[in-house]
Design a protein around this ligand. Sequence first.
Ligand code: GLP
Length: 240
Amino acid sequence: METRIFENAEEIAVAAAELYKELINSKPDAVLGLATGATPVPTYQNLIKMYENGEISFKDITTFNLDEYCDLDKNDKNSYYTFMHENLFSKVDIDESKVNFLDGNAPDCDAESKRYAEAIKAAGGIDLQLLGIGTNGHIAFNEPADEFTDEAFKVTLTQSTIDSNQKYFGDVPMPRYAMTMGIGSIMRSKKILLIATGEAKADAVKALHSGEVTPRIPCSILNQHDDVIIMLDKAAAKLL
Ligand code: GLP
């Protein structure tokens, strides 16, 4: 893991977008693993600017998002499908047929998991997987557990995740379940970029850097991947 500490979230967003620019310009049909949450939004804004300036194109890019809520229509304003379209896809030249999401309402979760794994494989694997981090150390929606997961699965969200994410839903109770890529799917990405900003992430960031690898701290598995960049602002890095 290579950890880089920046002054603030804006500086991270510039550096992260540069990483994407390098990848996209060297491999215009790259496969990107994308994340939701507030953390990646400034990076997406910089990617949109780069697209508008003619520095990058998404026309041959394939994307796979990490996760999606269950029991929510994909066009609901709080779905991750809507989030990605509002924050990136509708503002760049991406080909909608190359945009991939887990179906949070799939009647057969095992079949859905297989479908996603096969689609990732058929696309040639994920070149660069973007990750945020939950306050409890979760990545995608892989919550603290007794074992590391492998392919996508349906997860029961923990109270800690519900407490952290309810703010995005306002007065509407947020879903209790999600479909998420598993730890194995994430670890098979060729390169991983994890971004964490703000003091609320400091404990999880510290646990990630302790060197201990345990499914109780899902992000800790990243210690076993040989191409991981961690970008932190000073607040998220304050316990290092
Ligand atoms: C959700 C997502 C994660 C994300 C996390 C942190 O739980 N499933 O992928 O990393 O939120 O979100 P935020 O960046 O808003 O703190």
